[in-house]
Design a protein around this ligand. Structure first.
Ligand code: CO
Length: 134
């Protein structure tokens, strides 16, 4: 069911500062900033040869990463994203295995314009998992 690792997401309190660390200290190639009001985040992607790192900064008052950053003031790894061929088939299989799908359970359009779902960290070794249909 699982395909490639699409990205690892790091929640950060200051996207400019985090972007500068990756661009200037680590010499990485960065995407443009992208505001995703429907997800409550602003993102920058670090483009690596084999995967991406997604830097997430809270956007708006009800950002879903605000509480996470309150507990991790310097930033921290927030989720990992795996690619799947068929997100609805993956969701139905996981639900039948007892895994919890977050939100309404219906895929939403993510930062790459593709459908995504999030899975409860308690069911996946303490890690918030995003599935993205490629
Ligand atoms: Co993500």
């Amino acid at each position: 069911m699982l395909g490639r690792l699409n990205h690892v997401a790091i929640a950060v309190p200051d996207l400019e500062k985090a972007s500068a660390v990756y661009r200037d200290m680590l010499g990485a190639r960065l995407s443009q900033r992208q505001e995703l009001p429907e997800h409550g985040v602003t993102v920058v992607f670090i483009e690596l040869p084999n995967t991406k790192i997604e830097l997430l900064e809270p956007l708006g008052a009800d950002s879903p990463i605000a509480a996470f950053l309150a507990k991790n003031a310097d930033g921290a790894i927030h989720h990992i994203c795996y690619e799947v061929d068929d997100i609805l088939a993956a969701r139905d299989r996981l639900k039948s295995e007892g895994a919890r799908v977050l939100g309404s359970g219906e895929p939403r359009i993510g930062a790459h314009g593709k459908p995504v779902l999030f899975l409860h960290p308690k069911d996946f070794c303490g890690t918030l998992v995003e599935l993205e249909q490629i």
